[in-house]
Design a protein around this ligand. Structure first.
Ligand SMILES: Nc1ncnc2c1ncn2[C@@H]1O[C@H](COP(=O)(O)OP(=O)(O)OP(=O)(O)O)[C@@H](O)[C@H]1O
Ligand SMILES: [Mg+2]
Length: 452
């Protein structure tokens, strides 16, 4: 079998789709976090610059320019220009103190590169400038620090993304390959089954997950299929085996006829016997075909409401005399009880009762009493055919339903072992539960039909 490539498999595609969604979610949350951090850093820097400006400007409190000039000089000397810068200019733009130059002094806050301020390096500065008396004071704070922090944030974000991508895709491939292996096992099992290995089953993990649930359903279906095929094989062998006996008998009868003919003796008896044998073989085939036809279920389309009391009355009408002639009695146990109608095929139901009554007549001795009962029990309509004959031992109660199966002691009575198989096929067609019980003594066959 050609395996579906892992990359084209549904589990892998699903895993990749989930992985991509995860990465997308990480990217968008990361982007938002980065923007918030950037805005926060910028706001913090601006407030530092404004505060520093106010502190320096405050030294002009008494209107003494000397104080302001020396304060600016001290600040400029004590702080590194890569950190903070200061400048004080008079009204004409002449620098009075400080460590950088401003060509123009816009009031407020601006960002300017180091080059434009007469400084070395390539950092930019946030500059706060404003008038102090008649003079202009400007204080700058380097953006190098916040740029550095942003770079760190971006680098860690990049690494995190790379790790997440690697984990997401490696994890996807791993998970997908595990699911794929399990799907492959299902496919392998189906291939084995279609190649004739009916005992192949899908191995279960026992985790009770959805794949396990589907697998065990497939296994159950395979189990039924195997049982059906096994049953079919068994039936074919049984039929072949069981037909050998009448065919051998037929051959012997024909040989005896040929023999008699050569001796000039009459052959009519042999021929009549041969005809009877052929008739019996024909009947067996008819019964087998009938069971197969009923099992196919097409007669369900002809189902109509049937009153089982009605069916029982017809059966008694047909068989009461036959039973009596055979020294047996056939009665409705305790008289008729009202029973709900069922949905069924009247002709088949009569056939079913007939088979059961014929069994009681055939397999029980003289003086046997055969009881028929029809009554409502809950949502079922239960029918019983009971006799006080020899009964069927518990160990045989399942086997007697097999086609052509007859209990050893009945082998001498006429019959082909198909009567109860037909009863089961008809009960199954009607969705009825069929059971054989001990009537102490005798056999009780109970069939519970679902009420319509
Ligand atoms: N009422 C019964 N009492 C005792 N044994 C029974 C009774 N009904 C069935 N059996 C046993 O079950 C076996 C299977 O019955 P089934 O009706 O399938 O076949 P059969 O009666 O032998 O042949 P036929 O195909 O003619 O019905 C019988 O051979 C018989 O041994
Ligand atoms: Mg029978």
């Amino acid at each position: 079998m050609r395996r579906a490539s892992l990359f084209r498999s549904t589990p892998f595609r699903l895993a990749v789709a989930f992985g991509s969604l995860f990465v997308l979610a990480f990217l968008s949350t990361g982007f938002i976090a980065y923007q918030i951090m950037k805005a926060d850093l910028a706001a913090g820097l601006d407030s530092t610059a404004r505060e520093t400006w106010s502190v320096v400007a405050a030294t002009y409190g008494g209107g003494d320019l000397e104080d302001l000039v020396s304060a600016v000089e001290t600040y400029a000397r004590l702080t590194k220009p890569e950190d903070r810068i200061f400048v004080l200019q008079d009204r004409a733009g002449k620098t009075l103190a400080g460590n950088f130059t401003m060509t123009s002094m816009p009031a407020g806050i601006t960002t300017l590169p180091a080059g434009g301020l007469g400084l070395s390096g390539n950092a930019s500065y946030r500059i706060v400038s404003g008038k102090v008396g008649d003079n202009w004071l400007a204080v700058g704070v380097s953006l190098a620090e916040t740029d550095h922090l942003e770079k760190i944030a971006l680098t860690s974000f990049g690494w995190a993304l790379a790790i997440i991508l690697a984990i997401a895709f490696a994890g996807s491939a791993l998970l997908a390959s595990r699911v794929q292996r399990r799907l492959d096992r299902i496919a392998d099992t189906m291939v084995a089954v279609s190649n004739g290995r009916l005992d192949a089953r899908i191995p279960l993990l026992g985790s009770g997950d959805d794949i396990d649930a589907v697998s065990s359903q497939i296994n159950a279906a395979l189990e039924r299929l195997a049982a059906l095929v096994e049953g079919m094989k068994q039936v074919s062998t049984d039929i072949a085996h069981d037909l050998k006996t009448p065919l051998n008998r037929l051959k012997l009868t024909i040989e005896s006829a040929v023999d008699s003919n050569e001796r000039g003796a009459p052959v009519a008896d042999d021929l009549n016997e041969a005809r009877a044998e052929v008739d019996r073989i024909n009947e067996t085939f008819d019964a087998l075909l009938r069971i197969a036809q009923i099992e196919a279920g097409s007669r369900k389309a002809r189902f109509a409401p049937v009153d089982l009391n009605d069916v029982a009355a017809s059966i008694i009408e047909i068989y009461a005399d036959v039973a009596e002639d055979d020294g047996k009695s056939l009665v409705i146990a305790g008289g008729y009880h009202p029973a709900s109608p069922i949905s069924g095929d009247r002709e088949l139901l009569i056939q079913m009762f007939a088979n059961l009554i014929e069994n009681s007549i055939r397999h029980c001795g003289a003086g046997t009493r055969i009881d028929i009962k029809v009554e409502n029990r809950g949502d079922k309509v239960v029918t019983e055919v009971a006799d006080n004959g020899p009964g069927i031992p518990p160990a045989e109660r399942e086997r007697v339903f097999q086609r052509l199966y007859r209990i050893e002691k009945s082998r001498t009575t006429p019959g082909s072992g198909l009567g109860l198989s037909l009863v089961r096929a008809i009960a199954d067609l009607h969705g009825a539960e069929l059971s054989l019980e001990d009537n102490r003594p005798g056999l009780r066959v109970r069939i519970a039909f679902p009420a319509k």
